[in-house]
Design a protein around this ligand. Structure first.
Ligand code: AQP
Length: 342
């Protein structure tokens, strides 16, 4: 079981809490997305939880339309395969709920250019996509704020890279509330310290990302041979000593973090269990653990995708549930800012 005391900022009040999180269908879901986000989602089954396929967000980077069309339902199927029950949770596509884009426009008018300029993801993505620094990339955090605030969210389970975006969401909400009264709930990020950032296999000082080259990450769709091959090639160092030291040994430390997350053990316990062994054995242990973790998810995913009517039905029904909740907030916001509603 995941240790709840490991949580950063876990000080939300005792009430029926709303949980919101999203993943972009911008590539094959990675081990980083899984450990940093998806795997934590089922912790919140007893709360009112919304898990979104952030297809509008993914347009901030050029996507192949045919691929995107397939990836969105595929990601929703993965949510379910990872253990989320679509009857208890609301699993839906962002573009099926127009209120996201509508609230985003309003919030744009309550967000400053200076704040958005400070976003590290915008800086990184601008460098990565220098030929396409579009306005959507710049206002990405505002759409994310709209996602979260529409549902009066209390907790947002994310990886560390998204912490800054949850913070700006709070700032925007606070600014709006200070003018119009308590319209929005202020959300808290839920970030597990030990697994907050899984690093790239080929460049372990960089975050593992689904839009990076294929060899830099393990995907939830990789077969056992591919998982073994990729982890075998993971960059380590020449010291040949298994030791957790992210600064001097980022590659080995990343492998230990992955192992500790998936085995639900502390890094020290994992280090101890591998004492005296070499990097080959460390990599084999990581590969085997990942393969075993993914096997039931992949099997369930195949079953879901084989049923051609199940997923479209679920996504339509869940979008209607999300729309109902989102409209309540949007109507309130329109009224507060003075938009005429006959
Ligand atoms: N390497 C990571 N370690 C831990 N958590 C991670 N997350 C992403 N990478 C890691 C978390 O996964 C969730 C989904 O992220 P997203 O799709 O909304 O966008 P992202 O953070 O930009 O993820 P990627 O994989 O890097 O996507 P691309 O390449 O499209 O930009 C978030 O909770 C994120 O923190």
């Amino acid at each position: 079981m995941i240790n709840m005391s490991e949580v950063l900022n876990n000080n939300a009040p005792e009430k029926k809490q709303v949980i919101y999180s999203a993943v972009q269908p911008s590539g094959n879901i990675t081990l980083g997305n899984y450990i940093g986000a998806l795997r934590n989602f089922s912790l919140f089954e007893d709360k009112e939880s919304l898990f979104c396929v952030a297809d509008l967000h993914s347009l901030t980077v050029r996507q192949d339309p045919a691929q995107l069309r397939k990836r969105s339902p595929s990601l929703a199927a993965l949510y379910i395969a990872c253990g989320l029950d679509p009857e208890k949770n609301i699993i839906y596509c962002q573009s099926h709920v127009p209120a996201h884009a509508e609230l985003s426009w309003i919030l744009n008018c309550y967000t400053y250019m200076g704040e958005l300029n400070r976003m590290t993801q915008f800086k990184a993505k601008s460098q990565q996509h220098a030929d396409n620094i579009n306005a959507g990339l710049f206002t990405y955090p505002v759409l994310m704020a709209a996602d979260i605030l529409l549902y009066q969210t209390d907790i947002v389970p994310v990886g560390l890279d998204q912490k800054q975006h949850v913070e700006i969401c709070r700032d925007i909400a606070q600014r709006f509330n200070s003018v119009y009264g308590d319209v929005f709930t202020l959300p808290e990020p839920y970030i597990r310290k030990s697994t907050a950032k899984i690093m790239s296999l080929s460049e372990p000082t960089k975050k593992m990302s689904k839009s990076d080259p294929d060899e830099s990450f393990v995907s939830l769709f990789d077969d056992p041979d591919t998982i073994r091959r990729k982890i075998k090639r993971a960059v380590t160092d020449s010291e040949a000593q298994i030791r957790f030291d992210p600064e001097n040994k980022p590659g080995v430390s990343n492998l230990l973090t992955i192992l500790s997350a998936l085995k639900n053990q502390t890094v020290e316990e994992v280090e101890q269990s591998l004492s005296g062994l070499g990097y080959g054995q460390l990599k084999e242990a990581v590969a085997q653990t990942v393969i075993e973790e993914f096997a039931p998810i992949q099997a369930r995913y195949k079953e879901i995708m084989a049923d051609k009517t199940y997923l479209p039905t679920i996504l339509k029904e869940n979008a209607a549930r999300a729309q109902y909740l989102a409209q309540k907030t949007l109507r309130k916001v329109y009224k507060k800012v003075g938009l005429y509603q006959p």
